[in-house]
Design a protein around this ligand. Structure first.
Ligand code: ADP
Ligand code: 3PG
Ligand code: MG
Length: 409
């Protein structure tokens, strides 16, 4: 997908640039390394705008507030981001849901010196944000001369500050958005083979789209975590008191015989998912009624590491165990280390997921991974929809889209 890149420095001078970032971060600092990753990626873009003599007006959502709930205010975030990036970020708290607020915001922006950076109040406080109401998009657009979307993690949301706004202003893809798209496109456009994907996490229902897509594009798909329990259940195996998303068993049944699907051959079980409990590695057939599965087993760890060693492309999303508890984090940590080590070599490695990135950071080898995606849901949908996210379509060079459509016919 060819996205419109941000204009050069000279055409940004004196312009009011609306910059959509994804700073959906915990409001209680300090940031964890994976939170800082989102800020770090925006940092360069903000710095660039500021040095170009533009006035940057940042837009982000935080959490899922129902209306103007000030517990989700971005005010605190402006301070935290200022501290983390060393760029002064002024909070623009005007209520853009009211005409007085819009007027106030416009006045503040008009009087700002070139290079100033503002952060607006949580866009999800606006009534038409999530419904992508044209009036809301128009209001946001009225604050600037052009729109830059640098928020890959929000691109699966057809919201006013992501999609709608692009209809009212010249709109461009920010550098970190372009980097994400390039990083992930290599998984869907002619990946070097063998391509091995690892999918884990709690619920199969949240990953079924990406799983099906990977069963199509990858050569092997290793499925771990509680998601695998649905497959064990579909095979009528005992899973004891392990976490199970019951509704997904039928779904698992339909994929069970897929030749590319690889399930753990053994698992780490204990009597409870608690730190320090004695854990045993047992073949799937040996799981007892009183057991809880907390991780992949030792045989699987070795088999999957071997599998990953032969891969030329690797994608991993979702912990393969309860990685929050050290006793059950070994499988996921091993994956992080093997993938990082392979990425350092000739293999192309991509890792993403809100609960997966902390493990990679913990491994201390995150810098070796070719691409760390800041998109949780966005990365999954990017892979499931083969890149066709609403936020990206809104920034696509029109000519390319028409031409590529023609080609497909
Ligand atoms: P991500 O955010 O990286 O995409 P998910 O949200 O899908 O990952 O899944 C992460 C969650 O899955 C974690 O909270 C982890 O504890 C849970 N999980 C993984 N394996 C198991 C398991 N065997 N039993 C219970 N929960 C598990
Ligand atoms: C994320 O953190 O994955 C993005 O900011 C999207 O958040 P949302 O799922 O609340 O839309
Ligand atoms: Mg998660």
């Amino acid at each position: 997908m060819k996205l419109r890149p941000m204009p050069g420095k000279t055409s940004l001078k004196g312009k009011h640039v609306l910059l959509r970032v994804d700073w959906n971060l915990p409001l209680e600092g300090p940031f964890a390394p994976e939170d800082s990753l989102k800020l770090d990626r925006s940092h360069a873009t903000i710095d660039w705008l500021s040095r170009s003599g533009a006035v940057a007006i940042l837009l982000t959502h935080v959490g899922r507030p129902k209306g103007r709930d000030l517990r989700f205010s971005t005010e605190k975030l402006a301070r935290l981001a200022h501290r983390a990036t060393d760029i002064p970020i002024h909070f623009l708290g005007a209520n853009l849901g009211a005409s007085a607020g819009i007027h106030e915001a416009k006045k503040t922006i008009e009087h700002a010196k070139p290079g100033t950076v503002f952060l607006c109040e949580n866009v999800r406080f606006l009534k038409g944000e999530e419904t992508n109401a044209p009036s809301t998009a128009k209001t946001l657009a009225s604050l600037g001369d052009l729109f830059v979307n640098d928020a890959f993690a929000s691109c699966h949301r057809a919201h006013a500050s992501v999609v709608g706004i692009a209809k009212f202003l010249p709109s461009f893809a920010g550098p970190s958005l372009v980097e994400e798209v390039h990083g992930l496109e290599r998984l869907i456009a002619k990946p070097k083979r063998p391509f091995v994907a690892v999918i884990g996490g709690a619920k199969l229902s949240t990953k079924i789209g990406v799983l099906k897509s990977l069963l199509d594009t990858a050569d092997r798909v290793l499925v771990g975590g509680a998601m695998a329990h649905a497959f064990f259940k579909a095979m009528r195996m005992e899973i004891g008191r392990s976490f199970l998303e019951k509704e997904s068993v039928t779904m698992a049944k339909t994929l069970l015989k897929h030749p590319k699907l690889v399930l753990p051959r053994d698992v780490l079980v204990a009597t409870a998912l608690k730190s320090g409990v004695p854990a045993r590695s047992v073949p799937i057939a040996k799981v007892r009624k009183t057991d809880v599965i907390g991780d992949i087993g030792t045989e699987t760890m070795m088999a999957w590491a071997k599998e990953l060693k032969t891969a030329k492309t690797i994608m991993w999303n979702g912990p393969v165990g309860v990685a929050e508890i050290p006793t059950f984090a070994h499988g996921s940590l091993l994956l992080a280390r093997v993938i990082a080590a392979r990425s350092k070599g000739p293999t192309y490695g991509v890792i993403g997921g809100g609960d997966t990135l902390p493990i990679v950071m913990q491994s201390g080898m995150s810098e070796w991974v070719d691409h760390l995606s800041t998109g949780g849901g966005a990365m999954l949908e990017f892979l499931a929809l083969k890149g066709e996210l609403p936020g990206l379509i809104a920034l696509e060079e029109k000519k390319t889209r028409a031409a590529s459509k023609k080609k497909k016919v």
